[in-house]
Design a protein around this ligand. Structure first.
Ligand SMILES: NC(=O)c1ccc[n+]([C@@H]2O[C@H](COP(=O)([O-])OP(=O)(O)OC[C@H]3O[C@@H](n4cnc5c(N)ncnc54)[C@H](OP(=O)(O)O)[C@@H]3O)[C@@H](O)[C@H]2O)c1
Length: 241
């Protein structure tokens, strides 16, 4: 896809990977609607990226807020080419010490949020496919934790394994409608994620701009080409540079 003049929605755009995805997309000439809960941080990103970035305050767990956000997108943009389902969080700890709220917030954000946003874009993308022969591209940010279980991240593992299953199912469901679905499985990335998760980041993580460059490559793939899964890891996770 040529990203010049494309229209994208990025969830969790206020920081970390989402801010880097938004920057990469606006650098390519796309218009980005960035969703997150923190209005101030979204507005600061708008100041940096300019009028191509449209902040929308939205909690992806809340059905009515997601519906309202996509109503705004549909009224302000004539099309919708890219959805990056990136909003997410971890809350780590032993399973017998993990309270129900911590379990629920991970499932609600990482899984329910992906479902709520995906279902908003599929009809639009299907209609676009009828007109142009290409519907659009949905990128779901899972994690290496969507492939490998590990101690003390059971709820996060459960949520990201769910993103994997959801992505594969939807990919097979909509590919004939000209809609690509890609699931990303990054290892540790240098963001605020680990502060929220209550855990130490690995010494030598991936850089978010490098993950964004990989997504740019995935989005730019040729018409009859679907990169359905991408696993990325730091080469030397335990070696400080
Ligand atoms: N960092 C890593 O090592 C790593 C590795 C693999 C996968 N991931 C995945 O990458 C994604 C982005 O994480 P990150 O590393 O960029 O972490 P981050 O720096 O903590 O950013 C998380 C983003 O998600 C947003 N968010 C959280 N809950 C939300 C909600 N209910 N509604 C809307 N937005 C919400 C946050 O914004 P607000 O607080 O303003 O809402 C923030 O913009 C997540 O899905 C994460 O699981 C991260």
């Amino acid at each position: 896809m040529d990203l010049t003049n494309a229209v994208a929605v990025v969830t969790g755009a206020s920081g970390g990977l989402g801010a880097h995805f938004s920057r990469m997309l606006t650098d390519q000439g796309a218009t980005v609607f960035g969703l997150a809960r923190s209005t101030d941080t979204l507005n600061a990103l708008e100041n940096e990226l300019g009028e191509a970035f449209h902040p929308i305050t939205c909690d992806v767990r809340a059905e009515a807020q997601v519906e309202a956000a996509f109503e705004t997108v549909n009224s302000e943009a004539e099309r919708l080419d890219v959805l990056i389902n990136n909003a997410g969080l971890g809350q780590f700890g032993p399973v017998d010490d993990l309270d129900t709220d911590a379990f629920d917030v991970q499932m609600d954000t990482n899984v329910r949020g992906v479902y709520l946003c995906t279902r908003e874009v599929v009809p639009t993308m299907r209609a676009q496919n009828e007109v142009s022969g290409f519907g659009g591209h949905i990128v779901n940010v899972a994690s290496i934790a969507g492939l490998l279980g590990n101690p003390n991240i059971s709820a996060y593992n459960a949520s990201k394994f769910a993103v994997r299953g959801f992505s594969e199912a939807v990919m097979k469901e909509v590919r004939e409608d000209g809609i690509r679905v890609t699931c990303l499985y990054p290892g540790s990335v240098d963001t605020n994620f680990f502060d929220v998760a209550g855990s130490e980041m690995t010494e030598n993580p991936l850089q978010p701009e490098d993950v964004a460059a990989t997504v740019r490559h995935v989005l730019a793939s040729p018409p009859n080409h679907l990169i359905s899964e991408v696993v990325m890891r730091p080469l030397r996770p335990h070696r400080e540079e």
